[in-house]
Design a binder for this molecule. Sequence first.
Ligand code: AMP
Length: 585
Amino acid sequence: MDFLTIAEIFEDMQKTRSRLILIDHLVILFKTTPVNIIKQVIYLLQGKLSLAYEGVELGLGEKLTIKAIAESSGRSVKEVEDKYGIVGDLGETAKEIAKFKYQKTLLSEQITVERVFLTFEKIAKSTGSLSQIIKLRLVSSLLNDATPLESKYIIKFLLGTLRLGIAEYSIIDALSIASTGNKINRKKIEETYNVYTDLGTIAEILFKKNLEGLNELQITPLKPIRPMLAERITDPTEALKKTNGAIACEFKLDGERVQIHKDGSEIQLFSRSLEKITNHYPDIVEVIKKYQIHKCILEAEIVSFDLESKKIQPFQELMHRKRKHNINDVLLKYPVKVFLFDILYLEGDNLTKYEYTKRRKILESIVSENKHNTIALVNQIVSSKLNQIENFFRKAKEAGCEGLMLKQLDSKYRAGAREFLWMKLKKEYDNRIGDSLDLTVIGALLGKGKRTGYYGALLLAVYDKNSDTFQSVCKVGTGFSDRDLELIYNELKNYVVEEKYYNVNSSMKMDIWFNPKLVLEIRASEITISPSHTAAYGIIRKNFGLALRFPKYSRKIRFDKKPEDSTTSSELIELYKRQVKQNKF
Ligand code: AMP
């Protein structure tokens, strides 16, 4: 398959603002892709060389890329840098420079997708003292034979700036249409994806076999599964109403959710968004290694923990563990504790099909076998009495927790689902919204006075699943320390785009727009009807959206959440309705 075909489809995709048209492009792409490379094409769409959690890195910096563009075009590095200064994007720079070269030379060799991938793999594998030279040669030889458009996408991919912004939902829709002729089968594909999060392999099976072939993809250690999520409630009576009797109440710890996978001596840890985070917690890996279990998948919340006072520390302390290098330097200074709350797989048995009570019993039997103080079971009671639950909630708060997770005793583990089988009851149930919101940054106003050089206010959005767009819901300018302003500025500068991003829906006037990537936790006093924000537009009132009143940054960057995991417009509507109901009493 010619790489040009893909480059042209990418170019069309970048121009479109409609999710339906985007899916049409994807369907055409999947239908024209030979089955032997469909896996790679899917990863390419996701901006990765292989599975996201495999963490294969190309390790190509801007400097080396500029050199490669210069070498392949016969220009000087200075010329390329100057052009980059004007164009502002290295992919576009490569395209512009290649245009000139392209008119003068005849192509020596047609570029195929296979060749591009092979080169990318060689780049990823080259390490050691000569690696920079080898990488340079590999990139420039590829650029030598590339058309201008191909050059653009090769460079964008290598630098990790491809950002096609294709949500998994869209890929699943398109796979369903392309492989079965019908969108209705997306359900089965999504169910498989929930427990086997590798869209490349799923696509390969769909095209090599058929929909039924997906049955062979089962929950497997070392392959992360999509986490089960909770609905929010603002009062424990709501939870009791949903059950016939008792409910399990667990401390809701404020840390990082982690899936712990063990397969023999191999241990891997995955975050909530299924990134590999094993390197952040080598101390935990060592403890798990000693477990007398061969294969298992456990779920837990990791919190920062003070060994002397035996107290849970604030969420921010975990940031010290997010290092790429020299993690051993911080292990003792910032100890952590793991609180296990679920078990999904044990020695060949898929436990997700069992009810909560059975899973908890199995979990208890494992932890009591392995008494070690860095790993413990999450505190839990089973109760049907409101006053007991309220007491437990108070205890959780005193212990530094966010609140409680309330789980139905007969609930199976529903990967990827957010239902009332699990409910979260947070501390803020004394304010009217009852919860903080996780919102994605879509725009900013430049800072003035003390904030010159940083952003003064950020425009935040909820995610609308149906239209796959980010809808503005508030501007926030309070709650930031000087350090936060700097940190957020440095994060956001990677996502600046020239104009409003194609999947951003906002009528606000902003100085800067972003590719929606960064998720922040926000608290607000209430949800109001708004003439200027587009969240849940027209649903509660014609020509009006919803907005947050007195929003405040609650000092948490949700690195563990993808933008599509932000609070959704439907959740916002639910919160609004609940607020209205409360006001009536
Ligand atoms: P939220 O991030 O507010 O949607 O709340 C859900 C998160 O709470 C989960 O993703 C976990 O990271 C965290 N959590 C803390 N304690 C528990 C628990 N006992 N059971 C399940 N999730 C928990």
